[in-house]
Design a protein around this ligand. Sequence first.
Ligand SMILES: *[C@@H]1O[C@H](CO)[C@@H](O)[C@H](O)[C@H]1NC(C)=O
Ligand SMILES: *[C@@H]1O[C@H](CO)[C@@H](O)[C@H](O)[C@H]1NC(C)=O
Length: 364
Amino acid sequence: MTPFYPLVIVIVVLASLSIIFLVHNDKRDSKHSTLPPGNCGWPFIGESLELLKLCSRGSPEKFIQDRMNNFSSHAFRTSLLGQDTVVFCGPSGNKFLFSNENRIIEAWWPRSMMKPLFFPTPMITSTSEFTKKIRSSVLEFLRGETLQQFIGSMDAMEKEHLEIEWSPHREVEVFPLTRKFNFTLACRLFMGVNDPKLISKIAEPFLLVSTGFMSLPIDFPGTAYNRAMKGGKILREEVLKIVRHRKVQVLEKIDFGEAKDLLIRMLYATDEKDKFGNEMEIANTIISLFNAGNEPISATISFVLKYLAELPHIYDEVLKEQMEIAIVQKTRRMIELERHTEDEIHLECCERNNEDCISHPWSF
Ligand SMILES: *[C@@H]1O[C@H](CO)[C@@H](O)[C@H](O)[C@H]1NC(C)=O
Ligand SMILES: *[C@@H]1O[C@H](CO)[C@@H](O)[C@H](O)[C@H]1NC(C)=O
């Protein structure tokens, strides 16, 4: 196991304890600011080692609990990964954070995490018009209605993935596969990249970054952090190449149809005055999305599969439910076709799904 995993666990545990944000205070020596109680530990490494130690014993929540007991149940100060940190705890801490975002609180990444990931632009904290446009294209893209346009192709990709990666094997390792699938999906949705060769060209350095950027920031040959720095450089170059390539396509006014990927949307949204703005900032935005949530979601899917494998009675019920849904949806799709088109298509469709046609005529 790489040193990265324990920290992933921490993040998950933090979330489940409703301790969501680590907030950074820039004014390290401001005498006027009131900081929450706490202890910053050793210089530079702070209390990272205590946290890692508890992680390796499988009880990272103890780190939080101890400090809540000693200092405050609302917020305490510590130092993690080389940065002063305040941890907010409990429902009131959550409420404070989420009701003040972009007012008195700004999203922020620790320096040591930004370095392997991003081109050095003042990305998340920048408030320029361009950044606002990019942000709103991201929000727009992540809305349910927009993502709906992609359900068809997601479904197709999922089937293909199962056929190629799962069906031929008697035994598979779930986590790497769900991660691979998710990454492929992300490449398709965020950048319109379908070519498996190009995807693995991006996936390799991404894996290095995502396993190393949260480790102790010691940039020395052989450390996970060092590998993340190297991977990040390749990742950024590849993504930048794609951004430039698609920018040319947009300039050539190629028609992308309805289901536009995020990159195209960002390029369209920013094309008037700022001439597509800063390519690196667009690349950074895409990389930050790649990074957000990839591990937790793949881990969730892996756990679902693990429990389904261990609990056959639950598996049976889930299978039954899924089959019922599949039948209803097939029938529904056929009715739609029937409604909109001639008998020919209806017949064709029936032939393809002939078993449903016989056992499930139009009523259900
Ligand atoms: C909490 O207080 C106890 C008793 O004073 C002390 O032994 C312990 O080290 C403290 N823990 C932290 C994390 O400060
Ligand atoms: C998949 O991975 C991407 C990037 O790695 C991430 O942003 C996204 O939240 C993950 N989950 C899904 C369901 O796409």
